[in-house]
Write a new protein. Structure first.
Length: 315
């Protein structure tokens, strides 16, 4: 007999051996975490691009799962080699690089209806030598990791840029008060505390006609700028201010998601040692921690759930 299988929003008819009622659901596959470093050396002053790329294809792969038929399986090793080959022509920006990969795989193989391509981008800075940046020696920049995701769904392309591990801290102009109290509440209200977090953010473009590198640098600057400004009544307040700042300045961005842990700093009681502590000595606790997550979006923006599928956690 024949059963109809629904996989990745495409309908595929395959032969079934029994009437178990068990069918193949959504699936994808590919090569994960391909480490590719591209050095541009067309002048004595070299440039370096360092990516961690994942390629995952979606489409008609029912035969491989159900019958061991690999006729539609583009080998993961082939996907890895394609990433390296495309890097030969340069990266440009992680978003543009992933869009090129998406176009290649969806146009080269009829049964590939879409996919998901993700990249982490690691920044390098020139080593300062004798007062100038060296032509071909670099040191890893440790401030944050740039992220990018491209999802191809038929003819649609969804581009999500972002960053993670951007650690920020302000030593004052932050407090936390006015929250409900019950028998289990021990936290004391404060109008002056350290506010620290590791910013993870992803923003979804509503257009791919974008200078991705320039926008990334400006969004990063806006996030940092908004973090510094205004009194923070809660990390939630600061998060929304950061997201609003980005959307106000960049109409090509439809929404931005944040995942921000509250990296607690507790004032140490120095009274047993005969010392005061006017908010100068703190214990930095690594866990447990508050975890604040939210989306800042434009009113009336059409949701795009397929764009966010496969992203672990909130963002």
């Amino acid at each position: 007999m024949t059963d109809t299988l629904i996989a990745n929003d495409t309908t595929t008819t395959v032969n079934s051996a029994d009437d178990s009622g068990i069918i193949l659901g959504a699936n994808q596959y590919g090569k994960a975490e391909v480490r590719v470093v591209k050095v541009t050396r067309d002048t004595p002053r070299h440039e370096i691009e360092d990516l961690n790329v994942t390629s995952q294809l979606r489409g008609d792969f029912a035969g491989a799962h159900l019958a061991g038929d690999n006729a539609h399986v583009v080998a993961t090793d082939t996907q890895k080699n394609t990433i390296f080959a495309f890097a030969r022509d340069g990266v440009g920006s992680p978003e543009a690089f992933l869009l090129r990969l998406a176009e290649h795989f969806t146009s080269s193989f009829d049964w590939v209806s879409g996919g998901r391509w993700e990249a982490e981008s690691f920044a390098w800075q020139r080593i300062e030598a004798h007062g100038a940046g060296h032509d071909h020696s670099f040191v890893r920049s440790g401030q944050e990791i740039r992220t990018a995701v491209v999802v191809a769904d038929g003819a649609d392309r969804h581009v999500i840029a972002g960053l993670k591990d951007l650690t920020v801290l302000k030593t004052t102009q932050s407090g936390f008060a006015g929250y409900p109290k019950d028998r289990y509440t021990t936290l004391q209200e404060t109008a002056d505390r350290i506010l620290a977090t590791d910013v993870a953010a992803r923003w979804r473009y509503t257009s791919d006609d974008v200078d991705f590198n320039a926008v990334y640098e400006n969004v990063r600057a806006l996030l940092l700028e908004a973090f510094t400004e205004q009194y923070s009544a809660a990390l939630q307040t600061t998060l929304f201010d950061m997201g609003r700042r980005v959307l106000e300045r960049h109409p090509e961005i439809g929404e931005i998601r944040f995942s921000m842990p509250n990296k607690h700093h507790f004032v140490v009681d120095l009274a047993p040692f005969g010392l005061d502590n006017p908010n100068e000595v703190f214990y930095a606790a690594d866990r447990p921690y508050g975890l604040i997550e939210a989306t800042v979006t434009r009113d009336g923006l059409a949701p795009a759930p397929v764009a966010w599928e496969g992203i672990a956690g909130f963002c």
